[in-house]
Design a protein around this ligand. Structure first.
Ligand code: NDP
Ligand code: GDR
Length: 321
């Protein structure tokens, strides 16, 4: 089968491409032009020769049409987005265009070219804001109340997906994914910032880890596990909306404690906080109930929070040696 991935050179896109190649599919992807061409493909360099890549941008409708036509895809995974929550406060308009309207561009292009193409939309727990059920969990029916431009843009895309499903009978599935990480995570996201900086401290290259709010809680899983859920969701007979999460929540401080513990670093000595890294509005606690996904697909996370952080630290120990 021919499968198109937007955001193929992002964290998830790179793992999903590996998974799909392993299953024997033809993998196509959209990449954006970058003045440093290595940046376009840095996470997929090792499999680049097996991929079909097209220049494109979700804000550029024509380029989506071209990629759909050239790839002849029967499935599209929409992983492209301006995905950084704090940066979405600095670039709210662009974030709406790329993360919100970008999905509309894709859905509309699919409707025009071939409405039978199945679409996976990477929805986000950020859409819940500080809304939770009485027991502290977020579920599919928990009301959405986003508190960031990114969360609002993702909610626009999410509702657009449902509207295209209802209006045109298209197969559009929303995977409501909670935080997931890996050594390929951008280093300006919390976990990989902590892992990389802690290794730098252990090697005497820097003397402090400076963070924003260290009390917020997130449900952190591994990207490798989560791309399997994306694939499983598009194998179902019917499109749906489903949460993908581990069901365990940890504070930012727990990430620091685990990583510092592994490297035998003293938290009091090296950890500082600075309002510069805080957001104007924050989500205090996320913890997803993925019972629906688990019962529909049999999916379950395999890599623990601790094993994931250990893998990330080991990656940086090797990389920065
Ligand atoms: P990344 O930020 O690592 O990857 C995003 C990808 O989107 C990159 O390939 C990026 O390309 C591309 N991109 C950005 N803007 C555009 C655009 N305008 N047109 C085309 N491509 C664009 O994110 P992840 O891999 O971590 O996440 C994948 C998806 O899942 C995203 O949509 C994210 O919002 C969503 N999500 C992620 C979660 C997580 O915890 N990781 C949780 C919930 C949802 P470039 O390299 O050129 O910038
Ligand atoms: P998040 O991830 O905003 O949840 O969005 P991020 O790793 O950026 O933040 C997690 C929590 O850590 C706090 N924090 C810091 N975060 C960053 N990046 N840098 C810091 O210095 C820092 N200090 C404390 C944050 O305030 C937050 O509470 C991620 C993205 O992948 C989204 O695309 C995705 O949709 C959601 O997860 C689910």
């Amino acid at each position: 089968m021919d499968v198109l991935i937007t955001g193929i050179n992002g964290q998830d896109g790179s793992y999903l491409a590996e998974l799909l190649l392993g299953l024997g599919h033809n993998v196509h992807g959209i990449v954006r032009r970058n003045s440093q061409s290595e940046n376009q493909t840095s996470r997929i360099e090792h499999i680049r020769h097996k991929l079909h890549l097209y220049y494109g941008d979700l804000t550029d409708f024509a380029s989506i049409i071209t990629a759909l036509k050239k790839s002849n895809a029967q499935m599209v995974f929409n992983l492209a987005a301006q995905s950084h929550v704090k940066i979405s406060f600095e670039q709210p308009v662009y974030t709406m265009q790329a993360t919100g309207v970008g999905f509309l561009n894709l859905a509309e292009a699919v409707r025009i070219i071939n409405p039978a193409i199945k679409i996976f939309q990477a929805s986000s727990s950020e859409m819940f804001g500080n809304s939770a059920d009485g027991d502290g969990f977020q579920r599919e029916l928990t009301p959405f109340a986003p508190v960031s431009p990114y969360g609002i843009a993702k909610l626009m895309a999410h509702q657009t997906a449902i509207n295209y499903r209802d209006s045109y009978g298209m197969f559009v599935t929303n995977g409501i994914f909670f935080n997931h990480e890996s050594p390929r995570r951008g280093t300006n996201f919390l976990t990989n910032k902590v892992c990389k900086t802690a290794v730098e401290i252990s090697q005497g290259k820097t003397d402090a880890l400076v963070l924003g709010n260290i009390n917020t809680r997130r449900d952190w899983g591994h990207s490798k596990d989560y791309v399997k859920a994306m694939w499983a969701l598009l194998q179902l007979d019917k499109p749906t909306d489903a949460i993908c999460a581990t069901g365990h929540t940890h504070a930012v401080g727990d990430v620091v404690d685990h990583v510092f513990g592994k490297l035998k670093l003293n938290r009091e000595k090296y950890l500082r906080t600075d309002k510069r890294f805080e957001r104007p509005t924050e989500i205090f606690s996320l913890c997803g109930d993925s019972s629906k996904l688990r019962s529909l697909t049999g999916w379950k996370p395999e890599i623990s929070f601790e094993a994931m952080l250990d893998e990330m630290v080991d990656y940086w120990l090797k990389e920065l040696k």
